[in-house]
Design a protein around this ligand. Structure first.
Ligand SMILES: NC(=O)c1ccc[n+]([C@@H]2O[C@H](COP(=O)([O-])OP(=O)(O)OC[C@H]3O[C@@H](n4cnc5c(N)ncnc54)[C@H](O)[C@@H]3O)[C@@H](O)[C@H]2O)c1
Length: 375
């Protein structure tokens, strides 16, 4: 079985966890187990995490550009937990990307170790990126631009279209959920999954699950907030309120869409709430939900969730990559609806997590059967 060849735009903390995971979940470690701690699927269509290979990588930080991607992931300002150190060299060198709006101006006001440091070389052109995608043999481009990078995210989506590779959008610029963009991927018969990755057990899935529980138990959710703090560059970038619009829509809609009754805007507050440097990649979520029980009697619940932000998304990313590969093998393009709804906060169509889970499992089973039948 050949490897799944991927390209990554943005070699930050999420890319670090993803790549570490490809070496952590080795056949030696997982053995014959069918269920492995930390993974939703050990195998998808016969592919294990170690069957994914990073063949192209793009960034704009001078500590990462020009380095082997397996070394670049451990460079500052990346600060996520190292759970798989001493990676072998991959042979894939991080290439200069196109800066566009990837780096917010306010990032210049922070210590070098905490912020992005631009590489001095000129931004790559679309032709440069497309050539690299084609020459590397990449099949899928997975996008990890900072929040608010409208132009940069669309630039990489455009490159994917032109190079003829599938696209996974892990961040909240609306591409899969924008019908015009989705149609362009459909026309080129290229799979697309997005938008804004939903972590394995993070604030969104927890908030959605509790919101669903309120609805199913007949408790009207009257008011709720979800305050999040962290100390990585994702949180530092999000100190710029001007970059937050789509992130707030994505996170808020993820909860609204499973509420029994939509809350008015003033009764729901969800957002990145502060940057606390010493937290590094540890994210804290403070959640409060207020509702009315039988007889209109009030109740509330408060919850504090503590997670390492980036590993929390990496297993989900690995599943999205493998679903894209199944679509590619089946000659299927356009939106992967089940995967988008199960793995992302802002899919083109929202489903409950139970429905999205069923759709994803069915997608995997039917595509694997089709491939087996064609053999
Ligand atoms: N951690 C999670 O669970 C999670 C969940 C949902 C969404 N996300 C989103 O995923 C994205 C990536 O998160 P992260 O924690 O890895 O961020 P990060 O800040 O660690 O990494 C971003 C990387 O992109 C690079 N970059 C900036 N502009 C670029 C450009 N124009 N071209 C190429 N590279 C560029 C930066 O140098 C940096 O290496 C963010 O938008 C985040 O909100 C993460």
């Amino acid at each position: 079985m050949s490897k799944i060849k991927i390209a990554i735009a943005g070699i930050g903390n999420c890319a670090s966890s993803l790549i570490q995971g490809l070496y952590y979940y080795t056949p030696e470690r997982t053995g014959d187990a069918t269920v492995v701690p930390g993974l939703m699927h050990l195998e998808v269509g016969g592919y294990r995490p170690s069957d994914i290979e990073v063949v192209a990588a793009f960034d704009v930080d001078k500590r990462k550009v020009g380095k082997d991607v397996n070394e670049a992931i451990f460079e500052k300002p990346n600060c996520t937990t190292v759970f798989c150190a001493d990676l072998p060299k991959s042979g894939t060198i991080v290439k200069m990307g196109n800066i566009l709006d990837g780096v917010s101006e306010h990032m210049a006001n922070y210590d070098d170790d905490r912020t992005f440091l631009l590489d001095g070389t000129a931004s790559a052109t679309k032709e440069d990126i497309v050539r690299e995608l084609k020459e590397s043999g990449a099949e899928i481009l997975t996008n990890y631009m900072p929040v608010g990078s409208e132009a940069a995210a669309k630039f990489y989506a455009e490159c994917a279209l032109e190079a003829g590779v599938a696209f996974i959008n892990n961040m909240p610029v609306f591409i899969a959920s924008n019908p015009e963009w989705a149609d362009r991927f459909k026309e080129k018969n290229l799979p697309i999954v997005g938008d804004d990755i939903k972590a394995q057990l993070g604030a969104t899935i927890t908030h959605r699950t509790l919101t669903d529980l309120f609805a199913k138990r007949g408790v009207v959710l009257e008011r709720t907030y979800q305050l999040n703090t962290g100390g990585n560059t994702d949180f530092l970038n999000m100190k710029n309120q001007d970059r937050l619009e789509s992130k707030k829509i994505s996170k808020t809609e993820a909860v609204q869409s499973v509420a029994g009754k939509r809350l008015s805007d003033e009764n729901i507050h969800i957002g990145p709430s502060d940057y606390i440097p010493w937290q590094n990649d540890n994210k804290l979520c403070f959640l409060r939900m207020e509702g009315d029980l039988f007889g209109g009697v009030p109740m509330n619940i408060e919850l504090r969730l503590s997670v390492e932000d980036s590993p929390n998304s990496a297993g989900v990313a690995i599943d999205m990559i493998r679903c894209c590969k199944l679509a590619l093998l089946n000659g299927e393009g356009g939106i992967l609806h089940g995967a988008s709804a199960y793995f992302c906060k802002h899919p083109p169509v929202q489903y409950t997590d139970d429905q999205a889970y069923e759709m994803t499992e069915e997608f995997i089973a039917t595509r694997v059967s089709a491939l087996n039948a064609a053999e």
